[in-house]
Design a protein around this ligand. Structure first.
Ligand code: NIG
Ligand code: FE
Length: 431
């Protein structure tokens, strides 16, 4: 029997339509929406632009209002169905982790011990360990096993404020296994209610069965890409351009295959040596050059001209005990936006908190806390080609975090700990 709405229910529905779904008041609001600093352009000098008595309203998954509560158009209870007093807590955009490899099977704790004993990352890779050892484990895992192993990692990132997550393939290195990884990445997003962006990284390492035939392997990678794309599994394309990865020419061929499909590119560039990777990805109008510890001044200039974001991965720098810093001052001088990401992976960066990556970016790379926060929000969104998030502004996605601290710098100050009060993605509470 069809159920008829009562007048009261119809009235409520009409009210629902008119009112916002939720409104946070009494928040210290870092909108990240200004030219500098935390940026809301309201409360004073650049770098301190924080609304101390801010409000954030949302409806149907989008932000309806972000700014000082004094500018709200009516009383909170007239405006929203649910009004939440944030008690003076800091509220920021949901964090965006724009570079991870978090879908994989097994771990490489044994290699961590080998490195502590003196072996280098490159030596281990050349001896058949490294990426290829994770490939073995990942190939042997079913889709459900991969999901079960990856879900707790994604959940940990969400619990520390991440609402958009990039996940790369690259531990399958055959068509079926790369596809399985990308499918698991999509399923993670469905399971957690956050947005997962997938990147095809078939050109991550040479699988053992292709030893001595990198060219043939790259042919295969270029052939898989359209098929994976046709299944809706690819948002962007990446490669590992390095002595122990692929050459410039091989990388270029992968990028051309991406371009033919209209897919954006990014690159693991200049991580262990200056291979001209940053300039190469910039020449393709790439979204980002990632790692970039060894990027030359010419590479920085090329990135600036192309609008390519520098994605800093201080977790890998830290774990590998690297000593060459990315050219941070040159990025600043040329206005290259710097993003910060976890690079979560079993080899170089078993890091399960983007806030921790921000901390490492401050301590190792001397980013200011404001730069680190921009790096994990607005610049990270840009590194994924997304302009509908990473800032708090009416019309953008209602992705935000309420923290148990008052100052943005505190996010980069604490090592570990549980600073998250609540995480909202698309206007729904997810953690
Ligand atoms: O971003 N450098 C290449 N890829 C990863 C490491 C992958 C691994 O060691 O499993 C990185 O550091
Ligand atoms: Fe990486």
């Amino acid at each position: 029997m069809p159920r008829h709405e009562t007048h009261a229910e119809a009235g409520l529905a009409a009210e629902r339509g008119a009112r916002w779904d939720g409104l946070l008041v009494n928040a210290r609001l870092a909108t990240l929406d200004g030219a500098e600093g935390y940026g809301d352009g309201i409360a004073g000098a650049p770098g301190t632009g924080l609304s101390p008595a801010g409000a954030l309203g949302w409806r149907d998954g989008r932000i309806a209002f972000a700014g000082p509560a004094a500018a709200l158009p009516a009383r909170p209870d007239e405006l929203a169905i649910e009004v939440i007093d944030a008690g003076g807590d800091l509220v920021t955009p949901g964090l965006v982790d724009c570079h991870t490899h978090l879908v994989f099977a097994g771990d490489r704790a044994a290699e961590f011990e080998q490195r502590l004993g003196g072996a280098s990352y490159e030596e281990i890779a050349r001896a058949g360990g490294g990426i290829v050892s994770t490939v073995r484990a990942t190939r042997n895992a079913s889709e459900d096993e991969l999901l079960a192993q990856s879900l707790p990692r994604a959940r940990a990132l969400l619990a520390d404020g991440v609402t958009t997550l990039e996940v790369k393939s690259g531990y399958g290195l055959d068509f079926a296994s790369e596809r399985r990884m990308l499918r698991v990445a999509r399923r993670l997003g469905d399971a957690l209610g956050i947005d997962v962006r997938t990147t095809f990284l078939g050109a991550h390492a040479l699988p053992p069965e292709s030893a001595g035939d990198a060219e043939g392997y790259i042919d295969a990678v270029c052939g898989w890409l359209p098929r994976l794309h046709a299944e809706g599994l690819v948002d962007a394309v990446d490669a590992f351009c390095e002595r122990i990865g692929f050459s410039d020419d091989q990388t270029r061929r992968v990028f051309e295959a991406a371009r033919a499909l209209g897919l954006p590119v990014k690159l693991h560039a200049d991580q262990l040596s200056d291979g001209g990777g940053a300039a190469l990805v910039a020449a393709f109008g790439g979204l980002s050059a990632d790692h970039v510890e060894h990027t030359s001044p010419a590479g920085v200039r090329a990135m600036a001209a192309a609008g390519t974001v520098a994605v800093l991965l201080p977790g890998a720098f830290h774990v590998l005990r690297e000593t060459t810093l990315p050219p941070i001052d040159a990025f600043r001088a040329h206005g290259v936006p710097m993003a910060v990401a976890t690079d979560c992976n079993p080899g170089t960066s078993p890091l399960l908190s983007l806030r921790q990556a921000m901390q490492l970016a401050c301590t190792h790379f001397r980013l200011t806390p404001a730069e680190a926060l921009r790096g994990a929000t607005v610049h990270a969104a840009r590194a994924l080609g997304l302009d509908d998030r990473g800032r708090l502004r009416a019309g953008l996605r209602a992705d935000f975090v309420r923290w148990r601290v008052r100052e943005p710098a505190a996010l980069c100050y604490w090592l570990g700990g549980d600073l998250v009060h609540s995480v909202f993605a698309g206007g729904r509470r997810m953690a």
